[in-house]
Write a protein that binds this ligand. Structure first.
Ligand code: DAH
Length: 345
């Protein structure tokens, strides 16, 4: 029996030494030391031995078990250390590799221009007002002194949703809405937002674009206030040495109506491709709020007067960044948009 035990021990140790993975090591443990293993079998057979030999044999079995267990544990540690080493080696970080660039987005150029315009007017004490893009014909046209069948409606071809509802063609309806809410109180607002017109898209036309509207109503508001405000705006937006000029124009909701040009910021007025050789660049339309518009909104046009203006955000952005095709703003081409990521305004 002793020889048998020694042979089993040698066999077990040889297998432990030879194995390369922990699962197999566990199988060896179960096989040799487990309840159904040969060593347990031998122990069971001890009853057949003469009584004086039993303690000696029992001791030997324990020693052998102990030895095999020690080998198993050592091997287990060895295998685990090796596995850890391999894992660490495979996970090594090469700190000399160049880092991956994190792409940081930015505001759309139109948003940036709008925010800049907003900041200028906020600094003059204006508030920002908004109105719906799906608008009533009443606010888009009638309340602005454009009754049904008024010929000036043709200037703004529209997307109608029903007889009375359309996609607003300009931000001017916000004027009418705010006047209605303020019920005769003074007003000083700008209204940025999207507008829609039935235009065929080309380099300078888009069926959707953005405007910013301005409206000031109060006692004794005069044309000179409009001029002073626009002059300050032009200088802040396009440079301190910009001149402005007002030309007579027509809008149904203002009387008198004007269009404002700024002296060309590229050539300073000598004539170049940006100003089409005229020295001036058209920026916006405006005028004194028509008494009919004030009256329809419940204001007494004898005591309250106002001025208003409206400009296209895309146009301003195109001038500012030298963009030649308005469609660039809407096609979402990152090659175009990412050019503005690091642009300082
Ligand atoms: N709503 C006009 C347009 O889209 C622009 C405009 C002109 C707005 C004169 C005004 C204004 O507030 O007074 O063509």
């Amino acid at each position: 029996m002793e020889t048998k035990l020694q042979a089993l021990k040698e066999e077990a140790i040889a297998k432990i030494k030879a194995t390369l993975d922990t699962k197999e090591l566990n199988d060896i443990r179960v096989k040799y030391l487990g309840k159904k293993g040969p060593i347990t079998d031998l122990l069971k057979g001890m009853g057949k031995l003469p009584a004086e030999e039993r303690p000696k044999m029992g001791q030997l079995v324990n020693v052998i078990r102990q030895e095999v267990t020690t080998f198993l544990e050592e091997k287990k540690e060895e295998l685990e250390a090796k596995a850890l080493e391999e894992r660490l080696a495979s996970e090594t970080i090469d700190v000399t590799l160049p880092g991956r660039e994190v792409k940081v987005g930015n505001h759309h150029p139109i948003t940036r221009v709008a925010e800049e315009i907003e900041d200028i007017f906020l600094s003059m004490g204006y508030e920002i007002a908004e109105g719906p893009e799906v608008e009533k014909d009443f606010y888009n046209f009638e309340a602005l002194n454009l009754p049904p069948d008024h010929p000036a409606r043709d200037m703004q071809d529209s997307f109608y949703i029903s007889e009375e509802t359309l996609l607003r063609t300009h931000t001017s309806p916000v004027q009418a809405r705010v006047m209605e809410q303020k019920k005769g109180e003074p007003i000083k607002i700008i209204c940025p937002g999207k507008v829609y017109r039935r235009d065929s898209d080309d380099a300078t036309h888009s069926h959707q674009f953005s405007q910013i509207e301005g409206l000031v109503v109060g006692e004794n508001i005069r044309m000179s206030d409009l001029k002073g405000t626009l002059d300050l705006f032009a200088k802040k937006m396009f440079g301190a040495d910009r001149e402005i000029r007002l030309r007579p124009s027509f809008f149904p909701f203002t009387e008198p109506s004007v269009e404002m040009d700024i002296s060309c910021f590229k050539c300073g007025g000598d004539g170049c491709n940006v100003c089409k050789q005229t020295g001036w660049i058209e920026i916006l339309g405006g005028g004194m709020v028509h008494p009919n518009v004030l009256e329809m909104a419940g204001y007494d046009s004898k005591t309250m007067t106002g001025f208003a203006f409206g400009m296209g955000q895309e146009r301003i952005a195109m001038l500012r960044y030298g963009i030649e095709d308005i469609r660039n703003f809407f096609t979402n081409d990152l090659r175009f948009l990412s050019q503005f990521n690091h642009t300082e305004l």
